[in-house]
Design a protein around this ligand. Structure first.
Ligand SMILES: NC(=O)c1ccc[n+]([C@@H]2O[C@H](COP(=O)([O-])OP(=O)(O)OC[C@H]3O[C@@H](n4cnc5c(N)ncnc54)[C@H](OP(=O)(O)O)[C@@H]3O)[C@@H](O)[C@H]2O)c1
Length: 264
């Protein structure tokens, strides 16, 4: 039975623990290393997993998931280097940190897989994008897939694509939240109550997302279907075009891409 150790039981770590338990893992197969005592207590109470602040518990792991902030991850690798079993697979979800830098901070020859997840993993609708490091095999990628599939769709890309992935799906949920915020504010300006404006904007986002994923139709076609010439939607889309919103989204995503390169 695969033993899984999470290093860091924060927001993303918790989403993955919950997902692993929904998938093939039993609580007895999961250990968490988490320095915050209150957080440790919460995770044990909710999920029944073993949580401790003792780094030595990493020694029994077949798969180590590093779920700490990018700023500390290389330091954490250095601290755990001697403790991680030589055949163990190390998985990193840290934005911007390359497999090469992780491999450099771990024991020589360690198998590393880098993953860019996103926050919809909390509700089982995430997007996780995997890249293999220099020593990771297909079997390693399959093992990582089994951890992320219960909470997300999974794709494998070449690591050179990870900055673009970060800009689209990693940061992407925030772009949709931004649109919902703007729709809600506009609804209030038009005289709706805040509660009604929010419900309309949120459910419209849910419905539009479901149409995209369930029909598999091109978004431009779905948009065309609700945009009758001279109608209300056409009036709105024409203003979006005039304000160059499409171009602005492109510029925004390129800024996220650039920032991801800088963080690396
Ligand atoms: N949240 C997202 O949307 C998202 C999306 C994609 C990728 N990620 C990646 O996921 C990683 C974790 O993000 P997060 O949002 O889950 O952060 P978080 O909530 O801050 O969780 C990190 C956890 O790790 C703990 N920690 C710090 N140092 C540690 C150590 N030496 N050993 C063990 N645990 C340690 C922290 O404890 P303290 O608070 O006590 O320091 C905290 O509980 C990041 O690398 C981020 O890039 C996050």
């Amino acid at each position: 039975m695969t033993q899984l150790t999470f290093v860091g039981g924060g927001k993303m770590g918790e989403a993955l623990i919950a997902g692993a338990l929904r998938g093939d893992f039993a609580a007895g197969q999961i250990n968490v290393i988490e320095p915050d005592a209150q957080r440790a207590k919460t995770l044990t109470e909710i999920y029944g997993v073993k949580v401790s602040s003792d780094a030595e518990t990493v020694a029994g792991a077949d798969v180590v998931v590093l779920a700490v902030k990018p700023q500390v991850i290389l330091q954490v690798c250095g601290d755990l280097k001697e403790l991680i079993a030589p055949q163990a697979l190390v998985v990193s979800i840290a934005a911007g940190i390359t497999t090469a830098s992780l491999e450099g901070a771990l024991a020589t020859g360690t198998s590393v897989v880098r993953v860019m997840p996103n926050t919809p993993a909390f509700v089982g609708e995430g997007m996780s994008v995997l890249s293999a490091g220099a020593h990771a095999s297909q079997a390693d990628l399959d093992a990582v897939r089994a951890i992320f599939e219960p909470v997300s769709r999974v794709l494998v890309v070449d690591e050179s694509d990870q900055n673009a992935v970060t800009a689209i799906s990693g940061s992407g949920p925030a772009y949709f939240f931004y649109l919902v915020e703007a729709m809600e504010a506009a609804g209030v300006e038009l005289g709706l109550s805040a509660a009604i404006a929010r419900e309309l904007a949120v459910q419209t986002a849910v419905g539009a997302s479901a149409m995209l994923s369930q029909t598999g139709e091109d978004p431009a076609v779905l948009r065309g279907n609700v945009t009758s010439p001279g109608g209300t939607t056409a009036a709105a889309i024409s203003m979006l075009d005039q304000a160059q919103v499409r171009q602005a989204i492109g510029v925004a995503i390129k800024a996220a891409y650039q920032r991801s390169i800088e963080l690396a």
